[in-house]
Design a binder for this molecule. Structure first.
Ligand code: 5GP
Length: 117
């Protein structure tokens, strides 16, 4: 049986079935601009594998480490690294996760409030 994550909008973006403003991609992941940006720069980094979220047992340290390093690279290339930025992974209902495909948010271009709402 296919996992739920195989049918999400992000899985379709990673397979090229739905368009997105892609800023980086490699064999493991795709990074693209969020359709509803919460900051001047708001980019999502997702694995090509249909992992449901951070707690998916198939989310290996290698994959998670790669995604984190791509966040650093993408933030630098987007020009937000010098002033600083935020990387967020929402997990489950209380975490505010709305798409069941693992994604790292990169938010920058303005000062971020803390604590988050
Ligand atoms: P979550 O709430 O799951 O942590 O974040 C999901 C994010 O995906 C939201 O920020 C939302 O704006 C973004 N998003 C949802 N659908 C699409 C889409 O079709 N294209 C793009 N580029 N972003 C999307």
């Amino acid at each position: 049986m296919p996992s739920v994550a195989e049918d999400t909008i992000f899985a379709k973006i990673s397979r090229g079935e739905i368009s997105a403003d892609i800023v980086y991609e490699d064999e493991v992941c795709v990074a693209f601009r969020d359709i509803n940006p919460q900051a001047p720069t708001h980019i999502l980094v997702i694995p090509r594998d249909p992992l449901s979220g951070l707690t998916d047992p198939a989310a290996t340290p290698e994959t998670l480490g790669h995604l984190a390093s791509v966040c650093v690279r993408v933030a630098h290339e987007a020009g937000i690294a010098e002033d600083g930025y935020r990387v967020v992974v929402n997990v489950g209902r209380n975490g505010g996760q709305s798409v069941a495909h693992l994604h790292f948010h990169i938010l920058g271009g303005r000062a971020m409030a803390w604590p988050p709402g």
